[in-house]
Design a protein around this ligand. Structure first.
Ligand code: FES
Length: 343
């Protein structure tokens, strides 16, 4: 074990400041375990190849496991199942040992089984997310996964021992498993709160409330991704015929620059991990992203492209426009309008 990791664990026995320093040391100790790099590379490659081999079906499964359909990372939801069920299992174990009642033993066993099923779901979704995580968070993610695997194996062994009527051994294994799973959960928290994995990377960006100039119209060529800026916030512009689309340029997944990505039909693909967003409304078409891109309304005034945030009334109007477009007369009139808008 490295000196940093040893110092980190030793500090955990002291006050809050020491605990904080200790946990920081543990995380930085983990990120320095360079011997894990080939394992990370190989595993990520295997996962990418596995999903890619499935073609569009593989991408659909990937989207399902990321939680693209849910607008929220699925892994984060599923991790609550084993932690919750195993916590309840330990409580029933305690009640069984103090009361000797058989119904508590049955409840403890059932809780551990539920936790094992939840852990399998959390492992599959976690691996799917992890394949698109970059260093240094990638290494913390790998250790988080390995600890979870160990914790789950201990609970599995605990369940087997209970089945064989070695209940005392089963309870001990459950306590070990819970300790390891808690350490894994701590690393999971670090990944989200410190390393911003799974959070919306566009959140907090101040997009203009009112129309603001961001680019001369002449500088936006047809069918090209263009980065503009408003008060330091990057904005992606795309001209398609008479329409101009505008989205937040920072990818919601991990902050990739969408203007350096690929325009594919009416969508933009992030250059970092391949998330695809609809130009029309910023919705996620393909993960790993789960959060939609903020979408802006665009117009041209005096040779300048102006953008502003989409409001609720824009969304209501756009719904009406979808209904109007069923009438051929109204659609052709709209297509003749010089000013293009997104959203
Ligand atoms: S940053 Fe990961 S897909 Fe864009």
């Amino acid at each position: 074990m490295s000196e940093q990791l040893q110092f980190g664990f030793a500090s955990l026995a002291n006050g809050p400041e020491e605990v904080r320093m200790g946990t920081d040391k543990i995380i930085s100790g983990i990120t320095r375990q360079d011997w894990l790099e080939p394992v990370e590379d190989r595993l990520q490659k295997l996962l990418h190849e596995g999903f890619a081999r499935g073609g569009s079906g593989g991408q659909k499964i990937k989207n399902l496991l990321h939680g693209t359909w849910l607008g929220h990372p699925l892994h984060v939801i599923l991790t609550d199942v084993p932690i919750g069920a195993w916590t309840v299992g330990l409580v029933f174990d305690f009640l069984e040992t103090t009361s000797g009642r058989k119904e508590f033993a049955a409840a403890a066993d059932a809780s551990i089984t539920i936790g094992l099923v939840g852990a399998a779901g959390a492992a599959i979704t976690g691996l799917t997310d992890w394949q698109d995580v970059d260093p240094p968070a990638r290494r913390v993610g790998l250790v988080h996964g390995m600890l979870n695997l160990l914790g789950t194996s201990l609970f599995l062994a605990s369940r087997v021992m209970r089945k064989r009527n070695s209940r005392a051994a089963g309870r001990r294994l459950a306590i070990f498993g819970y300790t390891v799973a808690s350490a894994a959960a701590y690393l999971g928290g670090n990944l989200v709160y410190e390393q911003q994995i799974g959070v919306d990377h566009t959140s907090g960006q101040k997009l203009p409330e009112n129309f603001e100039k961001v680019l001369p119209e002449s500088e936006l060529p047809e069918g090209k991704l263009k980065r503009a800026e408003h008060n330091g916030v990057p904005i992606l512009l795309v001209r398609r015929g008479k329409r101009i689309f505008a989205l937040a340029e920072t990818c919601s997944h991990l902050g990739g620059p969408l203007s350096e990505g690929k325009l594919s039909g009416d969508s933009v693909q992030c250059p970092w991990h391949g998330s695809r967003f609809a130009l029309e409304d910023g919705s996620v078409l393909d993960g790993p992203a789960v959060h939609p891109q903020p979408c802006l309304k665009a117009r041209i005034r005096e040779g300048q492209i102006e953008v502003r945030k989409i409001t609720d009334s824009d969304i209501a109007k756009s719904t009406n426009n979808i209904e109007d477009s069923r009438s051929p007369k109204k659609s052709s009139k709209k297509a003749g309008n010089k000013t293009g808008t997104s959203g």
